[in-house]
Design a protein around this ligand. Structure first.
Ligand SMILES: [Fe+2]
Length: 199
């Protein structure tokens, strides 16, 4: 079984004007597809063929950069599409909100730290909310890396590769990150992942 590109969980124009149809056409239809195709080509006939995506991400870390970066990016993007929804942002489900306050002080502080992690990630990468040792933390990773390889479970991630924002925000990465938090995040999905992570 090879890996496949999942459909977006909404129409390409559903996240506008915060994230445009053109951005999603490039980002999902071309960039994410390229990661899937590269990954399938790279694992053909190797020990990773037939393994789950999570196994490939964890198993190839530090061993095979080509497989790891493409597997990591496939994993990250599968989740990224679900971490957004039309008219997202807004209130955070109670149990998750409490965990965020416990781990990071306040919801406002958590949002600020998350945005700051994205702003300060030098070059391409991701900013994260993750669960580590039962606590909600903020982190950032370069390229296709994610919290899975640091013993944590990602519950929210934002793509800060230029392909995620350059069409809509040009060089204004901070504006993109603020808009993502204010208007795109699907907190119900984040809450589901939090529940699963602490089970
Ligand atoms: Fe991306």
């Amino acid at each position: 079984m090879s890996f496949t590109l999942p459909d977006l969980p909404y129409a390409h124009d559903a996240l506008g004007p915060t994230m445009s149809k053109e951005t999603l056409e490039f980002h999902h239809d071309k960039h994410h597809l390229a990661y899937v195709n590269n990954l399938n080509n790279l694992i053909k006939g190797t020990e990773w063929e037939g393994k789950s995506l999570e196994e490939v991400v964890k198993g190839s870390h530090g061993k095979n950069p080509g497989v790891f970066n493409n597997a990591g990016q496939h994993y990250n993007h599968i989740h990224f599409w679900k971490w957004m929804k039309p008219h997202g942002g807004g209130s955070i489900p109670g149990k998750l909100e409490k965990a965020i306050v416990d781990g990071l002080g306040s919801v406002e502080k958590a949002k600020e730290e998350f945005i700051q992690a994205g702003v300060t990630q030098f070059g391409s990468g991701w900013a994260w909310l993750a669960v580590k040792d039962g606590k909600v933390i903020v982190s950032k990773t370069p390229n296709g890396e994610n919290p899975l390889v640091h013993g944590a479970t990602p519950i929210l991630g934002v793509d800060v590769w230029e392909h995620s924002y350059y069409i809509d925000y040009r060089n204004r990465r901070p504006d993109y990150l603020k808009a993502f938090v204010d208007s795109l995040v699907n907190w119900d999905h984040v809450a589901e992942l939090y529940d699963a992570a602490v089970k």
